[in-house]
Design a protein around this ligand. Structure first.
Ligand code: MG
Length: 481
């Protein structure tokens, strides 16, 4: 169940991560291996800022999170209103989407019927309405119909048609949504699961398009402003990037496939943010939010003032169909106030969730290892959430070794920036000493058993669970780069 929730939360985060990674490189030709790809920002984009792809997806997600059926007129009216509102201050709006929104809106108002009419009129007039702009935002639609594939097929086409009337756009959105849905439900990557929903006379065309994507590099689809080549480039990046085998000693993990495939998607060139956003929605669905590097999650942000925390919460709300989150965030008990400096580094504070709620004045960065309610998220300093469940069952932490190392890398980066970092879970019993020990072992170059002993000595009641201890022994002997 935990890994399913992780995959749900990965859909919007993956979209945003690909989008923000690709944003600095838009319109440039393919990037060779000698050139860096990093989430650095550029042009109008801040580091970690997502663009129109994620913004438009968030507009859909916000409506889906109310539990509305996205096939209903009222839901689609709300979506196009949100798009219009966003477009008024957006740093970029796709050409086709901008054209439809402009001609469909009258006196500041817009309805789905207006948008659909404008979309169809543009198609009749130009015959060219298969831009990639509906595919780039389609991922949240899949989350709204995890329990109903037929409804998903209808909804994906219908939302696409609001701005992109062409059959290719509708087919691509439907195929990608079915693929994302399948990935969330099973963890598998299979772009063919939706083919049965394509009209027979067009199915062979898509079978060939997918096969072509799997047999050529992402840069072989350069005209990727077209929805078909955008999807081919995204699928090529995923399908032709080898999935690493877990090798904790080398610091290489299966979960790295998400990062490597997004890197490959950006290297396709041209509409880099969109190709990577498309790929990211699916990769996040297959590998989960926990496979998205903390370095990226820390800086992700964008319209309408959201961060990684908000995207995960939004995805989870869609999955619940608008029902409230019943998780108990009260975290009562005196142990939540446990607080001690790390025995090897007093720039790292180890503690319980009570320390987050009454933050020491010298702390200026937070790494949370337990679930955090919205009002406890710090917006005034780096605050990274790490998906770590304090259970021994393997399914609860699908990428345990990767996540432990990733969390420590985030702490190391924050320390290099000179920040004082609070690392906390609920009561500092298991997760905090585990991550604290790995951080300490790498810092001092000591064995993890010694680091566990020294860290648990300063935290009352601390006893890392056996699965975490085993994971520490697997990743603990990695030297700090
Ligand atoms: Mg964009």
């Amino acid at each position: 169940m935990a890994s399913y929730n992780d995959r749900v939360e990965g859909v919007l985060l993956g979209t945003a991560a690909g989008d923000a990674l690709g944003a600095p490189y838009e319109f440039a030709p393919p990037r060779g291996p000698e050139l860096e790809v990093a989430m650095v920002g550029g042009g109008p984009w801040e580091r970690g800022e997502w663009t129109d792809d994620t913004a438009m997806a968030i507009a859909i997600a916000g409506v889906a999170a109310t539990g509305a059926d996205l096939r209903d007129d009222s839901a689609q009216d709300a979506i196009v209103r949100r798009w219009l509102e966003w477009s008024r201050t957006a740093k970029d709006v796709g050409i086709q989407t901008g054209s439809v929104l402009r001609s469909a809106s009258r006196g500041g108002n817009i309805t789905a019927a207006d948008a659909r009419r404008a979309s169809e009129a543009l198609h009749r007039q130009t015959g060219r309405t298969a831009g990639n702009g509906s595919l780039m935002r389609t991922a949240p639609v899949a989350l709204a119909y995890l329990d109903d594939e037929d409804a998903l097929v209808e909804a994906a086409r219908s939302i696409s048609e609001l701005t992109h009337y062409d059959d290719d756009a509708g087919d691509a959105c439907m195929l990608w949504c079915c693929t994302i849905r399948h990935a969330v439900l099973t963890g598998e990557l299979d772009a063919r699961v939706g083919l049965t929903h394509i009209a027979a006379y067009r199915r062979e065309l898509w079978v060939k398009r997918l096969a072509d994507a799997e047999s050529a590099a992402p840069a072989s689809f350069p005209n990727n402003g077209w929805v078909v080549t955008a999807m081919q480039a995204a699928w090529s990046a995923i399908a032709t990037t080898p999935i690493p085998a877990d090798d904790p000693q080398a610091g290489v993990f299966r979960a790295d496939h998400l990062r490597l495939a997004l890197d490959a998607a950006v290297r396709a060139g041209y509409d880099t943010d969109t190709v990577a956003a498309i790929a990211g929605g699916l990769l996040g669905a297959a590998y989960g939010a926990s496979a998205i590097p903390g370095e990226w999650r820390q800086v992700l942000h964008g319209w309408p003032g959201y961060t990684a925390h908000d995207l995960a919460a939004l995805a989870s709300a869609i999955e619940r169909g608008g029902k409230p989150d019943l998780f108990d965030f009260s975290y009562a008990g005196s142990a939540v106030d446990t607080c001690a400096p790390h025995p090897y580094d007093d720039g790292v504070v180890l503690g319980g969730v009570g320390v987050l709620r009454d933050l020491p004045s010298d702390v200026d960065a937070v790494v949370s290892l337990c679930r955090i309610r919205d009002e406890d998220m710090r917006r005034d300093m780096p605050h990274v959430e790490v998906r770590l469940i304090d259970r021994v069952d393997r399914d609860e932490n699908p990428h345990l070794d990767f996540v432990l190392l990733d969390a420590v890398r985030v702490i190391e980066q924050l320390r290099r920036e000179g920040r004082t970092v609070l690392v906390h879970c609920v009561a500092a019993y298991s997760r905090t000493p585990t991550v604290g020990a790995l951080y300490g072992a790498r810092l001092r170059g000591v064995g993890v058993d010694d680091a566990v002993r020294d860290v648990t000595a300063v935290l009352p009641g601390a006893y890392p669970n056996p699965a975490f201890r085993e994971a520490l022994r697997r990743v603990g002997c990695l030297a700090v780069p």
